[in-house]
Ligand binder design. Structure first.
Ligand code: SF4
Length: 507
């Protein structure tokens, strides 16, 4: 019989959450580096370079890989011979660990969890509760897998119940273009097959906790139908040409994981859960001898990567920008932005559009004329930081507000991540404005370009308040130009043809 003490359990999980906020798993870093070395699409290569540079900076600085520090998922396997020395339930102990980790004064993590999700959506302030899965197993150990998952990738999860005779691979491959770039590829697809609807979803999530090993599998050859599926789906998805950040390129997925389970003779449940550029998980095992802390990786394990786009990027002074200047920018062009821009995401957009539709004035100082807006909800700063990690959030969520903002405020550009929907692109074209993307999963690197930040409006919205940032050389790419041409449409189309060995046309 092993005794697990309350504080050992809580501190192990607390520490694991801090650890995964700034250390990518090394198998992920190595796989991303391999993708970087073989990538031929300049835009995708630039994005992967930023992800790798960001990864190293976070490991060095102990600051979050992404501004979305995720919803915590914990998988527990509790030995039948374990005894607990605790006044709290296992769930309460896990949530205590989450609360301590996310409120750590040296590396505060963003609290993103809201209660009453279909109602008031009030922030719980300490990122609790976690999603906890427990299983009783033989033995006297407690095995803990801790993960933190950003909403951008979680929101792209898919589920279906196929007919047993349907083509499973076709269904999976058909889903991926519709997932867009909001899940910040390159990443990993977790596929759960069988069981019931909820079992398939759980298997898909659980499959993502295993290390990346698709190349080893390719070399040794598949030993089961599940392993065959991994290779088939990996090759078919990468042949889509979606690439890093959806810009078109050779690597969309670094690995495909499959877990399966027996199912009903009349069913074939299939779930997809993607994992993103901020893949975060670690495994611990408690044996009763005290808290367990994972070994920090050596910084020398990170590859030397240079961001080659710096030399060929157009320098833009945001403080001298006007509507005519942005019409000159080309789709796919790299820019380095300096000067002042405004921020705002879901809640601020809703407030602004509500005020405008009622004919009310915007808060004093909130003037969008000849300005860019950056869709971001940053992590709180520490020490001398102007702002904590501050990467872009998914722009499609702002699509429904875009026409009103462009029509009524004098805004000339937006910065976010992933593609825009058809209506937003029409509006961008109609107003001859632009949409730029920053690299999702490069949040700490991007925050280094922010030299000052002050709240302009809606301070009560916390990380969703409107700030004014002063940036220097903030790297972005033109994703939709003033004619409405979108690199998320042309890039994957070009690279799909390229991968298939078909002569590339831009038509
Ligand atoms: S890398 Fe992208 S999808 Fe992942 S947590 Fe960050 S913003 Fe969200």
């Amino acid at each position: 019989m092993t005794t697990i003490h309350q504080e050992d359990f809580i501190e192990s999980i607390r520490n694991a959450l801090q650890y995964i906020s700034y250390y990518h798993p090394m198998d992920f870093v190595h796989a991303m580096h391999q993708a970087y070395l073989k990538e031929q699409s300049p835009a995708a290569r630039d994005a992967i370079a930023q992800i790798l540079i960001n990864s190293r900076l976070c490991a060095e600085g102990h600051r979050p890989i992404c501004q979305d520090t995720g919803i915590v998922t914990v998988f527990l396997e509790i030995g039948m011979d374990v005894r607990w020395d605790s006044q709290q339930s296992v769930e309460d102990m896990v949530n205590e660990a989450v609360s301590r980790a996310y409120r750590d004064p040296d590396n505060p993590l963003r609290a993103s969890i809201v209660a009453d999700p279909a109602g008031t959506r009030g922030n719980t302030r300490d990122n609790t509760p976690a999603v906890i899965h427990m299983k009783m197993v033989a033995g006297d150990r407690v095995s803990i897998t801790v993960a933190a998952k950003g909403a951008g990738s979680e929101n792209k999860s898919r589920f279906t119940n196929l007919n047993p005779s349907d083509e499973l691979v076709e269904w999976v491959v058909d889903q991926v273009p519709g997932m867009g770039a909001g899940w910040c590829p390159p990443g990993i697809l977790g596929i759960g097959i069988g069981g019931t609807a909820e079992k398939a979803m759980l298997l898909a999530k659980q499959s993502l906790m295993a290390p990346i090993d698709i190349q080893a599998l390719r070399q040794r050859g598949p030993a089961s139908r599940a392993e065959q599926l991994r290779l088939e789906i990996h090759d078919r998805v990468n042949a889509l040409g979606i690439g890093a950040q959806g810009l078109g390129g050779l690597t969309t997925v670094l690995d495909v994981k499959v877990l399966d389970y027996p199912t009903h003779a009349a069913s074939l449940p299939v779930a997809i859960v993607p994992n993103c550029a901020a893949t975060r998980h670690v495994h611990l095992e408690l044996d009763g001898s005290g808290p367990v802390f994972p070994e920090p990786p050596a910084l020398s394990e990170w590859p030397e990567v240079h961001w080659e786009a710096a030399g060929r990027s157009r320098k833009v002074n945001l403080d001298e920008l006007d509507a005519a200047a942005v019409r000159d920018w080309q789709p796919g062009e790299s820019l380095l932005l300096s000067g002042h821009l405004l921020t705002g995401r879901d809640a601020a957009h809703k407030r602004i559009v509500d005020s405008l539709s009622k004919g009310e004035a915007l808060p004093e100082g909130l003037d969008f004329r000849n300005r860019m807006i950056y869709y971001v909800g940053p992590v709180d700063p520490v020490n001398s930081e102007a702002v904590g990690p501050a990467g872009p959030t998914t722009a499609t969520r702002m699509d429904k507000f875009t026409d009103v903002l462009l029509d009524k405020t004098g805004l000339i550009g937006m910065i976010g991540k992933a593609e825009r929907g058809a209506k937003a692109i029409d509006s961008i074209k109609k107003h001859q404005t632009v949409y730029l993307i920053a690299t999702g999963g490069a949040a700490y690197l991007i925050s280094k370009a922010v030299h000052s930040a002050r709240v302009i409006a809606y301070p009560e919205l916390g990380m969703e308040a409107v700030y004014e940032f002063e940036v220097r050389d903030m790297p972005v790419t033109v994703a939709v130009d003033s004619h409405g041409e979108s690199v998320h449409r042309t890039g994957p189309a070009i690279w799909k043809q390229h991968i298939a060995g078909i002569a590339v046309t831009t038509e």
